[in-house]
Design a protein around this ligand. Structure first.
Ligand SMILES: Cc1ncc(COP(=O)(O)O)c(C=O)c1O
Length: 414
């Protein structure tokens, strides 16, 4: 561990050691992870949401293997690229022009650049406590940062980014009244990284109306939520009609691939050379093979059954903790949700901060690990459910929560 900074390449994925032993994963398959000591975990991190079909889905692996064998890096146009774009576009309604990238952060970066060029304006608006990637423009006001709290009368901003308060109708109006330089607004259909805070009824439509009235583009950041509730954008379920959408995670089943999708008249600017894009690895064959195979698999996926299984899991977890004397509830959806030690979930980030209990969340994480279940340690963390989780894993997970609950009475001893 001496050479790899912090023991892992992305700080958000660092896990605490258990009994002095650092967590090192040896392999993953379906709903399971195995660590270097051979312990098996039912996994609810799922590659931070990328493994929506479960770990290492055979059909995707087969397609990716074939693409690798054909040569992973031709560096020139190849047939899988258009096929993958067509398969993705078929599920995105009017956003039927695609640029492939390698990570969600890149997709948000390109979406922001596109909005700036379309409007000639410099600033991107994003939700305080939202996470839209780790690149400079948007790595500002993330969950846990002082800016995200947005003290009364404060409007944290940089030259290129400005924050707004999720679910605050008036704050959205003030934002556009105060700033006439907003190129686009990054909209997450669920404020997922702040603990799956649900949209207040009508809030996103309100935001879209304001953006349209003030000439700003609506960018649906669906890197996390895309394809998780149905085979398409989650924001369309909330009645949104975004100009651009960013996708990642679930579209590639664990391969590093992301996409910017947009309306043809906007995306034509790329072909006219007015918006720059690049990337040695963008649209590489294994990534495109993964998207294509994933889209095929999602066409056959029984989403209602998956979501219903997730609802049973949510209810079972809540009941297990309540039975042990802990207040408990969840926010989100069957395929991605957050757990709160409270009777009702937070309606906004200010409430989420009040409810966040880092000690209890860490105690639960460690106790669950002892009982073979992998979750995030953060109080704002999410649990993802994959298509590979069956009722048996759900039942075993609820039992693990029951067995872990006593550790929460005295978090320090977990
Ligand atoms: C909503 C959202 N946008 C963007 C990103 C950045 O994606 P990536 O980690 O692939 O760069 C994430 C990652 O978690 C995300 O949740």
């Amino acid at each position: 561990m001496a050479h790899l900074v912090g023991g892992i390449s992305s700080a958000g994925r660092a896990m605490p050691p258990l009994d002095g032993i650092p967590l090192t994963i040896a392999r993953s398959q379906g709903p399971f992870l195995w660590d270097a000591q051979g312990n098996r975990y039912i996994d609810y991190l799922l590659g931070m949401g990328a493994d929506f079909l479960g770990h290492a889905p055979p059909a995707v692996l087969e397609a990716v293997t074939q693409a690798l064998l054909n040569g992973p890096m031709p560096g020139l146009a190849h047939a899988l690229e258009e096929q993958a774009a067509a398969a993705l576009a078929a599920r995105l309604g009017p956003l039927d022009r695609i640029v492939f990238l390698n990570s969600g952060s890149e997709a948000v970066h390109l979406a922001s650049r596109t909005a700036r060029i379309v409007t000639g304006r410099p600033r991107i608006a994003k939700f305080a406590a939202g996470f839209d990637g780790w690149l400079d423009d948007v790595a500002f006001g993330n969950t846990g940062s002082p800016a995200a709290a947005m003290e009364a009368n404060a409007r944290p901003a940089t030259d290129r980014t400005v924050l707004l308060r999720y679910n605050d109708f008036e704050d959205a109006e003030r934002l556009f009244a105060e700033h006439d330089d907003i190129a686009g607004i990054l909209v997450e259909p669920v404020l997922a990284n702040a603990g799956c805070i649900a949209e207040a009824p009508g809030y996103l439509a309100h935001l879209q109306r304001l953006a349209r009235r003030h000439g700003a583009l609506v960018i649906a950041d669906e890197v996390l939520m895309g394809f998780r509730l149905h085979a398409g954008l989650t924001s369309t379920l909330a009645g949104l009609e975004p100009d651009l959408a960013t996708l990642g995670k679930a579209i590639g089943s664990g391969l590093p691939v992301a996409a910017l999708a947009g309306r043809p008249e906007i995306m034509a600017l790329f072909e006219q050379g007015r918006i720059a894009r690049a990337g040695t690895y963008s649209g590489n064959p294994p990534a495109c093979a993964a998207v294509l195979a994933t889209m095929r698999a999602l066409s056959a996926l029984d989403y209602p059954a998956l979501l219903a299984r997730g609802e049973r899991l949510r209810a079972g977890i809540t009941a297990a903790l309540r039975q042990a004397g802990h207040p408990a509830c969840t926010s989100g959806h069957g395929s991605v949700f957050s757990l709160w030690f409270a009777d009702t979930p937070p309606a906004d980030y200010a409430a989420a901060i009040r409810l966040a209990d880092a000690n209890r969340s860490l105690a639960l994480h460690l106790a669950l690990r002892r009982h073979g279940v992998m979750t995030l340690r953060s109080p704002f963390g999410r649990m993802f459910l994959s298509a590979a989780h069956t009722d048996a894993e759900v039942e075993a997970t609820i039992a693990a929560f029951t067995a872990s609950a006593p550790a929460l009475h005295n978090p320090a001893t977990a």
